[in-house]
Design a binder for this molecule. Sequence first.
Ligand code: ATP
Ligand code: MG
Length: 244
Amino acid sequence: MWGTEPEKGMPSRVRTRVAGLDDRLEGGIPKGFIVLVSGPAGSLKSSFVYRILHFEAVEKEAKGLYISMEQSAESLAMQVRSLGLDTKETESLRVVDLRELRKGFKGVEGGPDWLAALGTQLGRYKEEVGCDLVTIDSLNALYALTDFREPRRQIFDFFEVLRGIGATTFLVAETPREGDGFGPFQVEEFLSDGIVHLRMREMEVGLTTSVRRYIGVVKLRGVRHDLDYYPLLVDRGQFEIVGE
Ligand SMILES: Nc1ncnc2c1ncn2[C@@H]1O[C@H](COP(=O)(O)OP(=O)(O)OP(=O)(O)O)[C@@H](O)[C@H]1O
Ligand SMILES: [Mg+2]
């Protein structure tokens, strides 16, 4: 059962499933946190987050909801299957893509205010089905469908709705390879409880320019952790960091 009982006096954790990383986070991400997962294209944002929901569903029957706003459910399934995950194993993990979301919003005159509408839908889903873990992939895609009049206030209200749902929530944010900031409006990084940053760095190896992936935990409220970026390796579907 996916309880909220504390382990050894600590809040229960959701493991990142990256070998070597959870030990550096006192066991993982505290349940109920809102975590921003930022990185450039191909930095494994979707795979990193999906794996967490997948293993929580398989091992703990946790109810997960993965809202894929950019990638179709089929394309996401193909990606995670290439990492060795069996998507049929996870009945308690539901993937909803944009096509399906649009059906839910059909008939809303002038199109919905997506940010507010998604918040309402999530609240309803929590009540009717229940969800322990939620992913929105990505914030950028959600914002592209939102009419922002007062972005800071609208984003603040959205976070309040997410907090009210109480699920451990991953918000995927697309960022350029180089540059500052972790969320599209930057306010997200202050509103989130945690930030996981997936980076890609170019390096010259002989005549070749090689690109390496790194993972760093920039912020995790109430958790003692270092601020180092570790090389992130994927080997036959296993994620691991390379420590010193
Ligand atoms: N079996 C595999 N083993 C290792 N790496 C893989 C495997 N299959 C795919 N990849 C890598 O995963 C990358 C895609 O990962 P993912 O979709 O999670 O990234 P992303 O950061 O979500 O990308 P996007 O910005 O497009 O959403 C591919 O570009 C490829 O480099
Ligand atoms: Mg992705």
